[in-house]
Design a protein around this ligand. Sequence first.
Ligand code: ADP
Ligand code: MG
Length: 253
Amino acid sequence: MSDLLIVEGLSVRFSGLTALEDVSFRLNRGEVRAVIGPNGAGKSTLFNAISGYVTPTSGTVHLNGEPLTVLTPHAIAERGIRRTFQNGGLFPALTVLENVLTGLHAQTEGTFFDILFGRRKALDSEAANIARARDLLKLMSMEHMADTPAGDLSGGQQRIVEIVRTVASDPPVLLLDEPAVGLSPVARDQMMDIIRRLAGEKGVGILLIEHAVELVMAVADKILVMAAGKRIAQGTPDEIRQDRAVLEAYLGH
Ligand code: ADP
Ligand code: MG
C-alpha cells in the first residue's frame, strides 16, 4: 500500500437516492487528480464521504494504510485530509500573514477567539512559524501581500490565501471543491498554477473538483469522470479526451 489515499468501492445512499455508487481510485503524493462530471454526478458527495461529513453506505478510505471510514470530520482532518469550504472565512481585519498563521496550529477546533488569541501569541513567540508562513506565501507568489489586510484582497486572492492557510501545516491531502468558480480568467489560471505548485513542490496529493474542463486538462495528472454517482472513466487528460464513454455521457457528443 504505497499509495497515499486509497478509496475503494465507496457508495453513499440518501433515503432511496444513490448519490455515489462503488467509486474507487488512488491518489499519490504530489499528484493532482481532478473529478469532473455534470451537476448531481456525486462529486461533492464523494468529498463529503472522504472527509467524514457523510457516512458511506459501503466502501473504505485509507490514508497511508490507515482506515478512515468511521472517523469524525475532525479526526480525518487531523490525520491529514484537509478541505476548503465555500465560505472558508478569512479574518478580514487580520493581514494575509496572520491569516496563514492561524492555519499552523488551530485547524478545525477552537472558537474564533481561541484561534485569534492563540495566533496573537504565536506572532510574538513563533518566529519559525512566521518564516514558514512567509516561505509558503512566496511559493504561492503572494509574498507582496503578506502585510495587507485579508479583507482588502480580491475574491480570487482571498481564495488563494485560504488554500495557503489550509496547507500551512503540511497536510498530505487537500480536497478542493470548485476553487476557481466565479473567478476571472486570469485568477483562474493563477489558481491552477498554485494547485500545480502545491503538488509539485510541496508534494501535496490534491483532489480537485472543477467544472471548467479546459482548466482540468491543463492541471490534472489523472481525471476521474463521474455521472449519476458512478465512475464512467478514469485516465490521463489525453486518455479522457479520447474516451468514447466520456464524449457520449459527459461532453454530449
Ligand atoms: P455534484 O457535486 O456532482 O453536483 P452532489 O454530490 O452534490 O453532486 O449530489 C449528488 C446527488 O446527491 C444529487 O442528486 C443531490 O441532490 C444528492 N444529495 C447530495 N447531498 C445530499 C443530502 N445531504 N441529502 C440528500 N441528497 C443529497
Ligand atoms: Mg458539487
